[in-house]
Design a protein around this ligand. Structure first.
Ligand SMILES: Cc1cc2nc3c(=O)[nH]c(=O)nc-3n(C[C@H](O)[C@H](O)[C@H](O)COP(=O)(O)OP(=O)(O)OC[C@H]3O[C@@H](n4cnc5c(N)ncnc54)[C@H](O)[C@@H]3O)c2cc1C
Length: 386
C-alpha cells in the first residue's frame, strides 16, 4: 500500500490534471443550495472519478474497492476540498448505500450494485421520510407487496434529496401490514426510471429545489432486490443512518473549513474582526472546527463494514449546530449587506450558508432525535412515552 505522503501527492496531481479543460468551470460548484449547477457536467465528473478508481477507496478489494484505510479516504477528501472540486452527485450511493450493502447485502447484491456506484454511472437517492413519518420513521406507510418475482409499491416519500437525478432509490416500505411499527418494514432497492414513479420538486428557502416528493403508484422492484430479510428493514435502515450521521460526513468538514476561512476573510476585509463580540465568535467557531476534526479522527479506525454506534449521533449533533452557528456568524460578519439579495433572489455564499444550514439540525434525524437516542442508548435514561 502507498504511504500517506505518496498517496496525497498522487491525489493532488490527479486533481490538478483532471480538474482542468472541460471540467475547470466545475471548481466550487454544487453542494447545498447549489445542486442545480452544472448537473450534467458533474455527472460526467463522477464517471471520471470512477474510471480512475477514486470512488469506494475504503471498500474491500474483494468488492471492487481499493481496500485503503480510512486515513487515505480522509487524505482524498482533504485534497478534494483543497482543490475546490465540485460537490458530488454520487455521494448517496458511495457513502450511504455502498456501506449498507457491505454491512448487510448478499454477495450477489454487492456484485450487482457496487460496480455501478464505483464507476460513477449509477446515482442513488434515499427514500425514508414520508409526510407522516419523519422523526417517527417507524410510522412508514408506503406499502410493498410481493407478487411473483416483483414487489409492487404504493405510497409517498418526502424530502427525497437528488431524486430528480437518481437512477435508483433505497426505499423503506411496509411489507407486513399486520406487524406493528418497525417490525413490518423492509429495505428495497427500487429503479427510479419506471412508469409507477413520479418525482415532484419542492422549493427550498434558498430558492432552489434539491429535494422532492416521490410518489409510488404500483411501482416495481425485483423480488431479489431486498437488503436483509422481509421485515428486517429497520435494522438495515438504522445501519445506513449510522453511516449518514457519522463517518460519511468527514469530507463535509473540510468544506466547513473552507466556509470558515471565507467568513474569516470577509471579517478581515470589512473590519468585523475589530468587533470584540464577532471576533470571540470567530475564535469559538475555529475551536469547534478542531473539536469536530479530532472527534472524527478518533472514529477512523473503523472498517467500511463495521456498524456504527452512538458516536454517529454525537458527531451529527456537533456538526449540525456548529454549522448553523457559522451561518449565523457569516451574515453577522457581512452586516447589513446580508439582508439584500441580488436580482432574482440571487444569494451570495454567506446568505446561502445561513439559509441552508437551518436544515442541518433536521436532516439525517433532528437534534432532538439524536439526543433521544443518546439518552436511551448511551445513558440508559427511561424511554420516552409513546
Ligand atoms: C435538506 C434536507 C434533505 C433531506 N433529505 C432526505 C432524503 O434524501 N431522504 C429522506 O428520506 N429524508 C430526507 N430528509 C428528511 C429528514 O430526514 C426529516 O425532515 C427529518 O427526519 C425530520 O422529520 P420531519 O421533517 O417529518 O419532522 P417531524 O418529525 O414532524 O418533526 C418536527 C419537529 O418535532 C420534533 N420532534 C419530533 N419527534 C420528537 C420526539 N420524539 N422528541 C422530541 N422532539 C421531536 C423534531 O425534532 C422537529 O423539531 C431531508 C430533510 C432536509 C431538511
Amino acid at each position: 500500500m502507498q504511504d500517506e505522503d505518496t498517496f496525497r501527492a498522487e491525489v493532488r496531481g490527479w486533481l490538478a490534471e483532471n480538474l482542468a479543460g472541460d471540467f475547470a468551470p466545475l471548481v466550487g460548484s454544487g453542494g447545498p443550495g447549489r445542486e442545480h449547477e452544472f448537473v450534467r457536467e458533474r455527472m460526467a465528473w463522477e464517471r471520471r472519478l470512477g474510471a480512475d478508481g477514486w470512488i469506494g477507496l475504503s471498500w474491500p478489494e474483494a468488492d471492487g474497492g481499493r481496500g485503503l484505510p480510512w486515513r487515505h479516504q480522509v487524505i482524498f477528501s482533504e485534497e478534494y476540498a483543497r482543490a475546490g472540486a465540485p460537490a458530488r452527485v454520487g455521494h448517496i450511493g458511495e457513502q450511504l448505500l455502498g456501506p449498507t450493502l457491505l454491512m448487510f447485502g448478499t454477495a450477489e447484491q454487492r456484485a450487482r450494485f457496487l460496480p455501478g456506484i464505483r464507476a460513477g454511472t449509477q446515482l442513488w437517492c434515499q427514500g425514508y421520510s414520508e409526510p407522516g413519518a419523519g422523526s417517527d420513521l417507524a410510522a412508514v406507510s408506503t406499502r410493498a407487496r410481493l407478487d411473483g418475482d416483483q414487489w409492487h409499491l404504493d405510497g409517498q416519500k418526502m424530502w427525497t434529496s437528488l431524486a430528480q437525478f437518481a437512477d435508483w432509490c433505497f426505499v423503506l416500505a411496509r411489507t407486513d401490514p399486520a406487524a406493528e411499527r418497525h417490525r413490518g418494514l423492509s429495505y428495497l432497492l427500487v429503479p427510479m426510471r419506471q412508469p409507477g414513479i413520479e418525482v415532484r420538486p419542492i422549493m427550498q428557502l434558498t430558492g432552489t429545489s434539491e429535494f422532492n416528493e416521490v410518489f409510488f403508484d404500483d411501482a416495481r422492484a425485483a423480488a431479489a432486490d431486498i437488503v436483509g430479510a422481509p421485515g428486517d428493514g429497520w435494522r438495515v435502515a438504522m445501519g445506513t443512518l449510522g453511516v449518514e450521521r457519522g463517518v460519511s460526513t468527514f469530507g463535509q468538514q473540510l468544506g466547513f473549513q473552507r466556509e470558515f476561512e471565507a467568513v474569516l476573510a470577509t471579517a478581515r476585509a470589512n473590519g468585523a474582526i475589530n468587533d470584540p463580540v464577532l471576533s470571540a465568535r470567530l475564535i469559538e467557531a475555529w475551536v469547534g472546527l478542531q473539536v469536530m476534526r479530532y472527534t472524527a479522527m478518533a472514529t477512523l479506525g473503523r472498517s467500511a463494514s463495521d456498524v456504527p454506534g452512538t458516536e454517529a449521533n454525537i458527531s451529527k449533533l456537533l456538526w449540525a449546530r456548529w454549522h448553523q452557528r457559522l451561518g449565523e456568524l457569516a451574515v453577522d460578519v457581512a452586516g447589513p449587506a446580508a439582508i439584500v439579495t441580488g436580482p432574482g433572489y440571487e444569494l451570495d455564499n454567506a446568505q446561502r450558508l445561513f439559509l441552508f444550514s437551518r436544515a442541518d439540525t433536521i436532516y439525517g434525524g433532528s437534534n432532538e432525535i439524536q439526543r433521544n437516542v443518546i439518552a436511551e442508548r448511551a445513558l440508559g435514561l427511561p424511554r420516552e412515552p409513546r
